[in-house]
Design a protein around this ligand. Structure first.
Ligand code: NDP
Length: 316
């Protein structure tokens, strides 16, 4: 059954999965096959972050590449095939303890679950400019590895000064003709070794103390950036791509105060598994992974969460 009629306001389920990226859908495949009868709520962004990328070329099994949306459809359909109950709906509050797990969907439907698998992912941070929103997917990207390929021999900009930004700049330097690294402070936060590599890469130019004020563009997409230099001088650079690398934010607002989080808000899990501080609550994918953040690693941890859930039932 794909869409439940959801006529009742209360329901009890064995296994509830929150989130619909590669982690959530993969957890649904494994949980279905283990007869945990999973119910999965897809959340605001069906399919998760990958649906905002153009082409995925590094997920095993797709030698010719695949669009992020098509890949999520494939994994979703695989979960449906094994009987996962996948529903539209956004979890709006949770009450989680070792003995009771209550979840509210869309502010009105209450679900009591025996186990909960959290796969709510992370969201890239954006600057918050109106022009940035306008050109998202038309030159504005938060994933250099996903979209860099489209800027072969073009000029691009990376925003940020941390390891991600510097790593992205180095990656893009191998594709684009020139990479501007736009850093708001007068120093890089990135590790020394990456800084040295940037310094040794001739087609990366670092613009320190520059803040992006506006993304410029037309019907073809991004054409440039208007920057403020040292808070006093406006400059424009000509680029066709702007890559945000100003950090990610795990989607854990719902769980604050109940699930243990690290200092950056990522869910803490025990050892190599997916168990959180609450018995019967597991976390997988980017919501608990500040390091790898790949579709394949998210899918793998979704598998682990479902296996951990299965073992939880076996040992109760
Ligand atoms: P970080 O938080 O380390 O860096 C974010 C960068 O973005 C900083 O330079 C910050 O500037 C800048 N920034 C934040 N907000 C804005 C804004 N509004 N406008 C302009 N610039 C902004 O995030 P990362 O994603 O780079 O790294 C996260 C963690 O992951 C780190 O611990 C990092 O070490 C790790 N990591 C490790 C890698 C590796 O080892 N290869 C690869 C990638 C990440 P400011 O300095 O002024 O605050």
């Amino acid at each position: 059954m794909e869409q439940s009629s959801q006529t009742t306001d209360k329901e009890s389920v064995k296994c509830l999965i929150i989130g619909s990226g590669p982690a959530g859908y993969t957890a649904a495949i494994y949980a279905s096959r283990a007869n945990l009868n999973p119910v999965l709520y897809e959340g605001m962004q069906t399919g998760g972050q990958l649906t905002t990328t153009n082409e995925v070329e590094n997920f095993p099994g797709y030698p010719n590449g695949v669009s992020g949306t098509d890949m999520m459809d494939d994994i979703r359909n695989q979960a449906l095939k094994f009987g996962a109950d996948i529903r539209e709906g956004n979890v709006t509050s949770v009450e989680l303890s070792d003995t009771k797990k209550m979840v509210v969907v869309d502010g009105k439907k209450t679900i009591e679950a025996q186990v909960v698998i959290i796969a709510t992912g992370a969201s890239a941070r954006y600057l918050g400019l109106e022009s940035e929103r306008k050109f998202r997917g038309m030159g504005v990207s938060a994933c250099a590895v996903c979209d860099g390929f489209f800027y072969r021999k073009q000029q691009v900009a990376v925003i940020g000064g941390g390891d991600t930004a510097v790593g992205d700049a180095l990656y893009l330097a191998g594709i684009a003709s020139k990479v501007y690294l736009i850093v708001r402070k007068n120093y890089l936060r990135a590790s020394k070794v990456l800084q040295e590599r940037v310094a040794a890469t001739p087609n990366i130019e670092i613009l320190f103390e520059h803040v992006t004020k506006e993304v410029l563009g037309d019907d073809s997409g991004v054409t440039g950036l208007r920057l403020m230099k040292q808070e006093k001088e406006e400059v424009e650079i000509s680029v066709t791509g702007m890559f945000l690398a100003i950090g990610h934010k795990p989607n854990t607002e719902l769980f604050k105060g109940q699930i243990n989080l690290d200092e950056n808000g990522y869910i803490l899990t025990e050892g190599k598994g997916t168990q959180t501080n609450i018995q019967g609550v597991f976390a997988c994918g980017d919501v608990q992974d500040p390091t790898y953040r790949q579709a394949i690693t998210a899918a793998a941890s979704g598998c682990k969460a479902a296996l951990d859930a299965e073992r939880y039932f076996q040992t109760r």
